[in-house]
Write a protein that binds this ligand. Structure first.
Ligand code: AKB
Length: 344
């Protein structure tokens, strides 16, 4: 008999941290994880079984399939936007081929137990590509199907995988006369920049905001790599985790799309710096623009229209810009730097 479980890939990353803690408190289903690096000790008590390995390893996925009955997957493993620009071919392998492997894994799970497999996929504002700053300013709150013209390998990967997920959900092997009982039920949120008080990101282009906050808390000088006026949407990590859980639990018939925009607040880099300076007096924040990373941020929308997520499955972020800092980031970060330390 296979054991019932939910699977999290890339579990040791930023989203995985929050998700594991939250799921272990709310879900009865045992959690199994797959990550290239061993999970850190603070997470292992919440996990029934930890697999250390790659999503590219077909034999390992077969082993998991043979042992576990999975009907919920959070596929978080990915190479983020800045890192992907340095190693685009590897990024394509991990972000696209890895996701295809997981979709096939989900399809086989569904066929084996005869139930749908809910496949949760974090996509990104990186799937958008605005050609210049005037267009970005004029575009305002960008809707899901507008400006789907990414300029990064990561953005291309995420957009294509959104389509793969839609294919597996609605069109898989169109030759089948009847849709099979067990099938992939792909659900995707397009995250803005996520800001966690517990972890610092690595390899992303929205990293300047969290890096600025954590550097100030550590008493370190920080040179922001985008211009003061750079503006993209952000979200506090607890709202990101909550959104994943809420969409995963939504009745299928309520969902009018497979990919949803999400937003919460959209400060400029200078507005983030001002709040950080006010919260950590003496914070030394400068601006040293990296042209390539600036170009990526300039191509992302200043804001997104997330009306569909709000209407279909009740997305409602708890933290606006002020509350994210006053009630989550600043108090949690202060406690962490005074106490247990920081997770990287
Ligand atoms: C990145 O900067 O690559 C990510 C994202 C916005 O998807 N944080």
């Amino acid at each position: 008999m296979r054991k019932r479980a939910l699977l999290i890939t890339g579990a040791g990353g930023e989203i995985g941290h929050g998700l594991i803690a939250r799921l272990s408190a709310t879900s009865e289903t045992p959690i199994i994880t797959l990550d290239v690096a061993p999970l850190e000790a603070s997470l292992t008590p919440y996990v029934a079984r930890e697999f250390t390995g790659s999503i590219m390893d077909g034999a390992l996925l077969e082993r998991i399939l043979a042992e576990f009955d999975v009907d919920l997957i959070f596929h978080l493993a990915a190479l983020l936007s800045t890192r992907a620009e340095f190693t685009p071919v590897t990024a394509h392998q991990v972000n696209v081929e890895g996701t295809l492997n997981l979709l096939e894994f989900a399809q086989h799970e569904a066929e084996s137990h005869g139930r749908p497999v809910v496949f949760m996929y974090p996509s990104s504002i990186a799937i958008f590509g605005l050609p210049d700053l005037d267009t970005k300013a004029a575009a305002g709150r960008v809707r899901e199907d507008d400006w789907n013209c990414p300029t990064t390998m990561y953005g291309c990967n995420k957009l294509y995988c959104e389509h793969l997920g839609r294919y597996y959900t609605h069109h898989y092997k169109q030759l089948a006369a009847e849709p099979p009982a067990g099938h992939v039920d792909f659900r995707c949120v397009r995250f803005p920049g996520l800001i966690s008080a517990i972890t610092v990101p690595s390899g992303g282009t929205s990293d300047y905001a969290p890096e600025m906050i954590h550097a100030a808390a550590r008493g370190e000088q920080y040179d922001c790599f985008v211009r003061p006026d750079a503006r993209i949407p952000f979200m506090a990590m607890p709202d990101g985790v909550e959104a994943l859980l809420k969409l995963a639990a939504a009745p299928r018939e309520r969902l009018s799309r497979t990919a949803y925009n999400l937003g919460a607040f959209n400060p400029s880099a200078e507005e983030v710096a001002a709040v950080v300076r006010a919260s950590f007096p003496g914070a030394a924040i400068g601006f040293k623009v990296d042209a390539k990373r600036q170009g990526i941020v300039d191509s992302w929308p200043a804001d997104v229209d997330d009306a569909a997520a709000r209407a279909d499955w009740g997305f409602a972020p708890e933290f606006d810009f002020a509350r994210a800092f006053s009630e989550y980031l600043i108090p949690t970060i202060r406690r962490r730097y005074q106490g247990e330390g920081l997770v990287r």
